[in-house]
Design a protein around this ligand. Structure first.
Ligand code: F6R
Length: 612
């Protein structure tokens, strides 16, 4: 949600902090601020609105100092305003901090602190932390942070400056990500790796309640019991350019164009392409375990949830294992029935989504085998899954709307289905090999599709961008894909949109169809094509305009019903979502651009949802 950066080194901190914040702005962006320390004082500057407002304010009077912290805020407690923006300071201005997360007992703490004479200037939960630290500090910030951790309930990632220690930067976290970037003569902190990549690739992941004490030439980490622990940095090999626009007007379209490469990378990480078999160690089950599974529950949020829905169709079909898919915020509170013998899979691009993390904890508590599928090595969800973690290799995804991470999630659903099916003996080795072989063609087909369809989609958007609502319909895998198509359109173009199982439309929703309503039908599953096409006829006879997206081999049949027809290359049924998703993602993008929307940073949204 919010973004944090911190720096201590020999260069001026302000430009480094602002650069880091610009790379994190996608996480949350209703206000921003920095604090820089110069030995005698902590200097602050904050501004409501986009980072540029802060940059403008600093232009005439830059903050001097070689140690500092910065923050982009996505409001949870208190409206977006200069006062509520971080950093926050204690009353003397001697401690300053930035915070991600939510302090759940902030009301009680605020009342106690006010009773002790603290004067609050903001409506934020964060301000209680800085006053609390002031009360607990008596010359030892490490101890104050440790005592604060015992009092604070909720989640936090914190970076702290203390005027008494002009050469030290403190940071700590609980249930909210924070990484330390290490180098010889400077140390960096950020809530997300892309903010560090320009400076270092050696990254230390802080565990819950650990405290990092950073000096220019050293980083020392203390575990929750106050013991110093050895550093175990991971090397991040993400391409820096992957976190930059590289000539594209927006990250979203750049990331859609990266999908063929992301698919190839994820595939070769899991499949030995010489033998066309799954790598031995690719999936964490033995044959015996796979056979003894009673159920699989997939839990995720938003787009990742939609990947889970695709998983349900493919895994049930190939591995004959009953699959339930649930949104994490529902799962965690519905007293789920689950235990040993059940498999639980959390899907999360960021690996930091609070609801998904909580659902995983609940599944572990109930005794299920817990697995995770994520795009971020070392993320909280990856760490919670221990050895049972699967990775997508989409690279950093910067646009708020998930595209390339989603496509690799659905690719992983197919690979997981094949693994489970082979181990459970529900498909033959030859069938698996044929499917994996067909998967090797998908990146090229996706590339060709990207080149072929963009102009048609732009032309179409320029005709339809002013629609007030759009329906997506499909059956089976196409219905699962319709859900994602609809979410993508809503979030980036703000057009009201619904996804419907094509056969369900006539049970009520068809009442909304009127002359000119745009209905987008996904028709890639040959066995269901006639059924969906009859639903297309139903809406057209009530005046709807039908955009049909189908495979090349269904083009003739679909062409008779469609007002506009787009095709995708043929492939086995289970792989068609990997192709059909491309035109619908591009459609959402193109509609948003035509409507003048802020595509990469849609209103009200944040990339990584670390609050409930
Ligand atoms: C939409 C989108 C969100 C996320 C959801 C879960 O484009 O990106 O719906 O999919 O917030 O996020 P992760 O996958 O990081 O757990």
């Amino acid at each position: 949600m919010c973004g944090i950066v911190g720096y201590i080194g020999n260069q001026q901190a302000q430009p480094i902090l602002l650069d880091g914040l610009s790379r994190l702005e996608y996480r949350g962006y209703d206000s921003a601020g920095i604090a820089v320390m110069d030995g005698s004082a902590i200097h602050l500057m904050k501004a409501k609105g986009r980072l540029q407002n802060l940059v403008d304010r600093l232009e005439g009077s830059p903050l001097q100092g070689t140690i500092g912290i910065g923050h982009t805020r996505w409001a949870t407690h208190g409206e977006p305003s200069d006062l509520n923006a971080h950093p926050h300071t204690d009353m003397r201005g001697s401690i300053a901090l930035v915070h991600n997360g939510i302090i759940e007992n902030h009301e009680q703490l605020r009342a106690e602190l006010v009773a002790q004479g603290c004067q609050f200037v903001s409506q934020t939960d964060t301000e209680v932390i800085v006053h609390l630290l002031n009360r607990l500090y008596s010359g030892d910030m490490l101890s104050a942070l440790r005592q604060a951790a015992a009092v604070l309930e909720g989640s936090y990632a914190l970076c702290v400056l203390n005027i008494d220690e002009p050469d030290v930067l403190y940071c700590t976290r609980k249930d909210s990500p924070l990484v330390v970037g290490l180098s010889r003569d400077a140390q960096y902190v950020a809530s997300d790796i892309p903010a560090l990549l320009h400076h270092t690739r050696e990254v230390e992941l802080l565990e819950d309640k650990e405290i990092a004490v950073l000096r220019r030439d050293s980083a020392v980490i203390y575990d929750p019991y106050g013991r110093q622990r050895a550093l175990k940095p991971i090397h991040v090999d993400w391409d820096v350019e992957a976190a930059e626009k590289g000539g594209y007007p927006h990250f979203m379209v750049k990331e859609i164009h990266e999908e063929p490469a992301s698919l190839s990378k994820t595939f070769t990480a899991h499949v030995d392409t010489n033998t066309m078999t799954l790598r031995q160690d690719a999936f964490p089950f033995t044959e015996e375990e796979a056979k003894s599974l009673a159920t699989l529950t997939i839990v995720a949020c938003g787009t990742a949830y939609h990947a889970g829905v695709i998983g349900k169709y493919v895994i049930e079909k190939l591995a004959r294992l009953p699959v339930t898919v649930d949104v994490a915020s529902e799962f965690r509170y519905r007293d789920p029935i689950m235990g040993p013998g059940d498999l639980f899979l959390a899907i999360s691009q960021s690996g930091e989504t609070a609801d998904t993390l909580a659902a995983m904890r609940e599944a572990s508590r109930l005794g299920a085998k817990v697995m995770a599928l994520t795009n971020v090595v070392g993320s909280s969800i990856a760490r919670l899954a221990g050895d049972n973690v699967l990775y997508t290799y989409a690279g950093p995804e910067i646009a708020v709307a998930s595209t390339k991470a989603y496509i690799t999630q659905i690719e992983m659903m197919v690979l997981l289905a094949v693994d489970l099916a082979l181990k459970r003996g529900t498909i033959a080795a030859e069938e698996a090999k044929a499917l994996l072989t067909a998967m090797t063609d998908i990146p090229d087909k996706a590339e060709a599709l990207l080149t072929d369809c963009e102009d048609d989609i732009q032309r179409f958007s320029s005709r339809y961008f002013d629609k007030k609502h759009v329906f997506y319909i499909g059956r089976g895998l196409d219905y699962a894909l319709a859900m994602e198509a609809s979410l993508k359109l809503k979030e980036v173009s703000y057009i009201m949109s619904e996804a419907y199982a094509a056969g369900e439309l006539k049970h009520g929703t068809i009442a909304l169809i009127e002359p000119g309503t745009l209905v987008c039908a996904l028709v890639t599953q040959a066995a269901l094509a006639d059924k969906t096409l009859s639903n297309v006829r139903e809406v057209k006879s009530r005046g709807a305009k039908a955009l049909v997206i189908c495979t090349e081999s269904l083009a003739e049949r679909c062409g008779k019903e469609a007002d506009e027809l787009w095709t995708v290359p043929d492939a086995p049924d289970a792989l068609l979502p990997l192709l059909a998703i491309i035109p619908v993602q591009l459609l959402a993008y193109s509609m948003a651009v035509s409507r003048g929307c802020d595509v990469d940073k849609p209103r009200n949204l944040a990339k990584s949802v670390t609050v409930e």
